[in-house]
Design a protein around this ligand. Structure first.
Ligand code: PLP
Length: 208
């Protein structure tokens, strides 16, 4: 990461990321995903595609990265001038129900968006700081490097970059390392998944 900009919250980080994408690209169109959540301000709610806060069951994104990526290409070809400001997505959808993206999806889409002049933004508000257990950042699970990474809370909030809260944020980063929180997430997460998979095998699903 070459430049860090401290803002108040995840919403403000996403607002700023969009503003920078528009300034950089000279375009206004932002692409976001179905079932996404990026915040509740007027612009970020425009990126959010959830009719309720959460669906009652986790949605399955599926594994066909090529056809999902083609959707983005079609949207650029038929829904925009051919140039876009950018693409924003969570690297695992959080509020939408812990939905993982298809393997390889972001690599394909980042390539398409880059060719259309856009900036690729990863919203790591729920997935960053080792929470996936296997990686420190969610985007690493997709083997991509975003142009902009937005992050915020759950563990800390920088409140506009003021020195006190920045010091608090730094302290939290040290604790994440010192207490090996990423390893803890990997241990607890894989235990939980294992137990849930046991239940899945034991009980029939009522959902198609
Ligand atoms: C993926 C994601 N992006 C952005 C936000 C907004 O963050 P904040 O509430 O810190 O403004 C949230 C909040 O839950 C979120 O889950």
């Amino acid at each position: 990461m070459q430049v860090v900009y401290f803002v108040n919250s995840g919403i403000e980080a996403n607002e700023l990321a969009m503003l920078m994408a528009c300034l950089y690209s000279g375009s206004l169109d932002m692409i976001s995903l179905r079932n996404a959540y990026h915040g509740g301000s007027s612009n970020t709610i425009g990126l959010t595609a959830l009719n309720t806060w959460k669906y009652p069951i986790p949605q399955i994104f599926g594994s066909d990265a090529n056809s999902y990526a083609k959707d983005v290409q079609d949207h650029i070809d038929y829904g925009t001038s051919g140039k876009v400001a950018g693409f924003i997505s969570e690297t695992i959808q959080g509020v939408g129900g812990a939905v993982e993206l298809a393997p390889g999806y972001l690599k394909l889409v980042y390539d398409i968006v880059c060719k259309a002049g856009g900036v690729c933004i990863a919203d790591e508000v729920q997935t960053g700081f080792g929470r996936t257990g296997s990686h420190y950042w969610g985007f690493e699970t997709q083997d991509v490097i975003p142009d902009i990474v937005t992050m915020a809370k759950i563990q800390f909030n920088t409140l506009g970059g003021n020195p006190v809260c920045s010091a608090g944020g730094l302290a939290v980063l040290r604790v994440i390392d010192k207490e090996k929180r990423q390893v803890h997430c990997a241990d607890v997460g894989s235990h939980l998944l294992g137990r849930i998979r046991d239940l899945q095998e034991r009980y029939e699903s009522n959902y198609p």
